[in-house]
Design a protein around this ligand. Sequence first.
Ligand code: A3D
Length: 310
Amino acid sequence: MRKKIALIGGGQIGQILAMLAAQREMGDIVILDIPELENPAKGKALDLMEMAPHGNYDANIIGTSDYKDIAGADVVIITAGKPRQAGMTREDLLAVNLQIIGAVANGVKQYAPKAFCLVVTNPLDAMVYAFYKMTGFPKSQVLGMAGTLDTARWRAFIAMELGVSVVDVAGTVLGGHGPDMVPLPRLTTVGGVPLAEIASKELIDKIVLRTREAGTEIVKLFGKGSAFFSPAWSAIVMAESYLKDKKRVLPACALCEGEYGVNGLFMGVPCLIGAKGLEKIYEIKLTEEENAQLQKTIGSVKKTVGETKL
Ligand code: A3D
């Protein structure tokens, strides 16, 4: 039997998720949106069914606003919520998206209680925490997608600056999904060569800054709405690691219980994702400077999560 992927939110990211999941034959796909947008969700699903003969995939794809249709889903990816507009911070979305996450948590808890759940809605660290609290799901079953994207941005900017293949750039970004996230130049390599040996400190600092502001750079260019191609791909990579038990080690927003000195908060950390969901969090021994940066991002995450009052 095919796996089932439920996409809660059929907007910009949701529709790209649906296309990628179909093309990669990850399973049957349900695009769920609010009742007012049920028809557009159905339309997107039908359009993707009609793309299948040339896309060369077999999948049953439907649009709906009824949670019954996600029953038994193996993976749930949540993008339901408002995106940022130019001039907004992610935190400006907290109140409105918290309500939406509440409705989503109820539906997923009732109809897909065993699903591996990925939250994408911003402000990410707070929304994944809220979803975890509201569903009561085990921590292995709930992750936030942010670090996978932040690391993709870090790798892309390095490749663009150095004129090397992005495939050979390896690295990680820790912490919250905000302007004080912590890219780790010390642990970044280009085909095994340490970044610091082939890039100046000035250039590295510039790339760190661009990575931290990458989401805002796109929001400014769009004027309306936020990035969607790269967030969708990042969530797909995480979902695939679960579905295929690939055991990839990806930076993701996971519940820390002692790791990095953090207790009870979701934060971006290197995660092993396999058939059991979150299977392991890797701890990195940080330098004093890296740790100081991490403490700053932990402070920001605590503040935003505190505002959920959960
Ligand atoms: P958008 O195109 O507006 O799509 C969101 C969809 O959610 C819309 O179709 C809404 O109708 C739908 N929706 C709203 N409420 C509900 C509900 N209760 N149930 C089901 N569906 C609902 O936004 P988008 O796809 O561009 O972005 C979605 C979210 O992802 C936003 O909160 C963004 O800020 C966030 N985002 C996160 C990242 C990260 O890296 C974490 C990156 C980019 C965007």
